[in-house]
Design a protein around this ligand. Structure first.
Ligand SMILES: [Zn+2]
Length: 333
């Protein structure tokens, strides 16, 4: 048993309370490798933004849960070396799917876990979430639950259609489970192909496809039922079209990749939404930079010469998200 407190991590409790009061949201960035983690920590340290490092099932399969956990411990020390005296870093399990998995993360030093029982019948979701909360709270680890189902594909989490969260269920769920935050479904979606072109309209000024508007009425309904309670948005990448264009220009084939417009997320960040998950956007930034190096310097074979630019491009994206979408810069001085 390792407590996250001894390795310099924090849970989400105080972070979320301040974010709701301050009208901003905390970035939750997924990481799978060193360059991505360096980029996240550099961006957070430079902007003095609290940050949530997320480990998904795919990341655990790819990089190993133990290794990722020790990388997060290293990240705290790295942040201090970068001059961030009081780093506010959460290590969070994304989409935990069983009590045993959540327990193993709590035991090895994660400061926050998500138990995703959203695909289960309501009563089973309540029971599973409560079981995780009862365990995690003994060690001051915070727990994110989920109600409603998101469409899209993210690692092994997938659904072909979304079911909006029912505001009339949230008070009962939060009261019975004791969870610390709640992921809801309001039309965001996992992956880089969130919507088909047929679901979108064309912006007459830019010619770009605009996805269906998020269900802000559902968010408002949830806020009314649970005033001041931390709400989480998954599937909130914006799929930057300049990165998609770079990928396609240098040999990629991303057709009709469409995300959530950043002004909509900015609007959500000002509400009770205090955690916004971003994964696909950093995959796109990484891939665009690597494709460009491969196309322009075909003789290059030193991984540092293409992973370095990929890291720089991801950092630029993270800084942009923190300042222009989340509004969390300067909140962890
Ligand atoms: Zn998710």
């Amino acid at each position: 048993m390792v407590s996250y407190k001894t390795i310099g991590l924090v849970n989400t409790k105080e972070m979320f309370a301040k974010a709701i009061d301050g009208g901003y949201a905390i970035p939750a960035f997924n990481f799978n490798n060193m360059e991505q983690l360096q980029a996240i920590i550099q961006a957070a340290a430079e902007t003095k933004s609290p940050v949530i490092l997320q480990v998904s099932k795919g990341a655990r399969n790819y990089a190993n849960q133990t290794l990722l956990r020790y990388m997060a411990e290293g990240a705290v020390e790295y942040a201090k070396e970068l001059g961030w005296e009081n780093p506010q870093i959460v290590l969070h399990l994304d989409h935990g799917d069983s009590f045993e998995l959540c327990k193993s993360c709590v035991d090895m030093g994660f400061s926050s876990v998500m138990i995703d029982g959203s695909h289960l019948p309501y009563d089973e979701n309540v029971a599973l979430t409560k079981q995780v909360v009862d365990y995690a709270h003994q060690y001051d680890v915070t727990v994110e639950g989920e109600l409603g189902v998101l469409a899209g594909v993210e690692d092994e989490v997938s659904s072909d259609h979304h079911t909006y969260t029912k505001p009339e269920e949230v008070v009962d769920f939060v009261t019975k489970t004791g969870c610390d935050s709640l992921a809801i479904s309001i039309g965001t979606s996992h992956g880089a192909y969130k919507f088909t072109p047929e679901q979108c309209t064309v912006d007459p000024e830019t010619g770009l496809l605009v996805p269906p508007m998020l269900a802000f009425d559902v968010l408002e309904g949830v806020e009314k039922e649970l005033p001041g309670f931390p709400i989480v948005l998954h599937g909130s990448s914006s799929v930057p079209q300049d990165e998609v264009a770079t990928i396609n220009k240098f040999g990629g084939a991303l057709k009709s990749a469409i995300g959530i417009p950043e002004p909509w997320l900015r609007k959500a960040a000002k509400s009770a939404v205090c955690k916004i998950n971003i994964d696909s956007d950093s995959r796109l930034a990484m891939t665009a930079a690597i494709r460009q190096v491969f196309a322009e310097k075909p003789a290059e074979f030193d991984p540092r010469k293409y992973l370095g630019p990929a890291r720089d491009n991801m950092k630029k994206l993270y800084v942009h998200k923190i300042i222009n979408v989340l509004g969390s810069d300067g909140k962890a001085l």
